[in-house]
Ligand binder design. Structure first.
Ligand code: FAD
Ligand code: NAI
Length: 463
């Protein structure tokens, strides 16, 4: 036994590295095992950060082509240097993953390099060396879900990982799955010049988000040139000399059809990753979806073994994993930790952005909760007009009896930033009247949130 720790965290994604740092801050002796060559997990290496770098770059490219002339800025001879764009993305990723390494050193978290395997409660093997720990935290994240008949080679049939690395703009990118990854990365390649077709099994996009917002979102994306095939399933994919031929069919049944693509992005969801961890041998129970089963305190079926992040139930989001990491670290150090799952925002970083927190209208109807709706469009917001970004609206859902805010859904400029106000409101149990009474700076996009809160009581001023 070469070393003894209070906590060994397995996986250095946003769940694992945040948990490790917080536990170390609280005085525990901590190690974090990571098999990837760099720290930061899916999020920093192949997820949130590289996708946002490409979204930002491609948004700038598209705005230079289409939006700036309106502002009186005329740029001639615009061309794409994709190699530079990809190199910049790599620099952004590098700076972030090195940042985590620095934070580990600063907080004296030991990085155990290699694949970890749980031998039993209190015992972990990493790259042939055995370590002991009072507590083990599983934070091994998730991987792209496969689809039968669609064989990923990360060149022509790619997951998000390959879609972030393309070295040329595809002529025709076909995206399987109209969820968050499909629409974010579909947007990137559409802006850079690809023809993009999204094939979605359901009759709507971004399931789980508010239906009205999803409809509006589809209309805006269609105006940007993305084509949609809803209620359609993919039954096979065949590599050809030049690309891929996909076979699709209406979900309700009907004639099969072929679609030619030069790149196919498979983005139909992610599944928990527990390969090689030795969970079955250690007696750690999984649920029906292959996620590590945990109680409300992140404890697994084996005492002393915990789990957080994408590998357990709940939304697969970096900030959810981080908050669980902090809550668990505080608990392991003898304190109390808590995550409010009612107040976890979700953001789609397209243009415009889509953001939501709390219940959707569909959920409130299903739960038979009486509610009132307040809506305010960005066309009536002075700042949005000044920016030339008037697509979208803010929608607030409040309890009909108590006026307590139950949900908020925004499509529009900076939606991902605006939603934070309502996350705070929900966390503090605020009513729509509370938000309506707050002084909001003028002219700001946040005024649209205030006006939507006023609209719950039919007293918006600017519409
Ligand atoms: P992960 O980040 O998946 O990290 C798990 C780590 O564990 C990995 O580094 C893995 O190598 C390591 N590991 C696994 N098994 C072992 C083992 N046996 N031994 C050692 N190490 C091991 N979320 C957002 O909130 N916002 C976004 O904008 C966003 N964008 C995304 C874009 C893309 C393209 C993708 C794919 C995901 C995105 N996500 C986003 C989701 C986000 O990345 C995940 O929710 C988050 O990374 C989950 O964190 P985690 O710590 O649970 O696991
Ligand atoms: P997703 O769950 O968001 O969307 C998958 C889509 O594929 C759904 O619309 C689903 O109906 C559809 N689908 C499923 N099976 C299908 C099939 N056979 N044929 C056609 N369509 C099918 O999953 P996605 O986009 O892969 O993202 C995975 C996870 O990563 C999400 O849970 C998300 O939380 C996270 N993520 C978060 C981001 C963010 O916060 N901005 C960005 C990217 C990913």
């Amino acid at each position: 036994m070469s070393d003894q720790f209070d906590v060994i965290v397995i996986g250095s994604g946003p769940g694992g590295y945040v948990c490790a740092i917080r536990a170390a801050q609280l005085g525990l002796k901590v190690a974090c095992a990571e098999k990837r060559a760099t720290l930061g997990g899916t999020c920093l290496n192949i997820g949130c950060i590289p996708s946002k770098a490409l979204l930002h770059s491609s948004e700038n490219f598209s705005a230079t082509q289409h939006a700036w002339a309106e502002h009186g800025i005329v740029v001639e001879g615009i061309k794409l240097d994709l190699a530079r764009m990809q190199a910049r993305k790599a620099e952004v990723v590098n700076a972030n993953v090195r940042g985590v390494e620095f934070l580990f050193k600063k907080n004296k978290v030991a990085w155990l390099k290699g694949e970890a395997r749980i031998l039993a409660a209190g015992r972990v093997a990493v790259a042939g060396t055995e370590y002991a720990a009072k507590s083990i935290v599983i934070a091994t994240g998730s991987e792209s879900s496969p689809l039968a008949g669609v064989e990923v080679d990360e060149k022509r049939i790619v997951t998000s990982t390959g879609a972030l690395e393309l070295d040329r703009v595809p002529e025709h990118l076909v995206v399987i799955g109209g969820g968050v990854i499909g629409l974010e990365l579909g947007s990137v390649w559409r802006r850079l010049g690809a023809q993009v077709t999204v094939v979605e099994f359901l009759d709507r996009l971004i399931p789980g988000n508010d239906g009205e917002i999803a409809k509006h979102f589809q209309r805006i994306l269609a105006k940007q040139g993305i084509k949609f095939r809803l209620s359609t399933k993919v039954t096979g994919a065949e590599l050809t000399d030049t690309g891929v031929t996909l076979t699709v069919q209406p979900v309700q049944g009907g004639a099969a059809e072929e679609i030619a693509a030069d790149v196919v992005l498979l983005s139909i969801g992610r599944r928990p990753y527990t390969e090689g961890l030795g969970l079955a041998e250690a007696g750690v129970a999984l649920d029906e979806a292959g996620r590590v089963k945990t109680d409300p305190h992140f404890a697994t079926s084996v005492p002393g073994i915990y789990a957080i992040g994408d590998v357990i139930a709940g939304p697969m989001l970096a900030h959810k994993a981080e908050d669980e990491g902090v809550a668990l670290a505080e608990q392991l150090a003898g304190g109390a930790g808590h995550v409010n799952y009612e107040a976890i925002p979700g953001v789609v970083y397209t243009w415009p952005e889509v953001a939501g927190v709390g219940r959707t209208e569909e959920q409130l109807k299903a739960e038979k909760i009486e509610y009132r709706v307040g809506k305010f469009p960005f066309t009536a917001n002075g700042r949005a007009r000044a920016m030339g970004c008037t697509d979208g609206f803010v929608k607030i859902l409040a309890d009909a009896a108590t006026d307590r805010i139950l949900g908020c859904h925004i499509i529009g400029p900076e939606a991902g930033t605006l939603i934070a106000e309502i996350v705070t409101a929900i966390e503090f149990g605020a009513s729509s009247e509370d938000v309506a009474r707050l002084c909001h700076a003028h002219p700001s996009l946040n005024e649209a949130v205030k006006e939507a809160a006023l609209a719950v009581d039919n007293r918006a001023i600017h519409i």
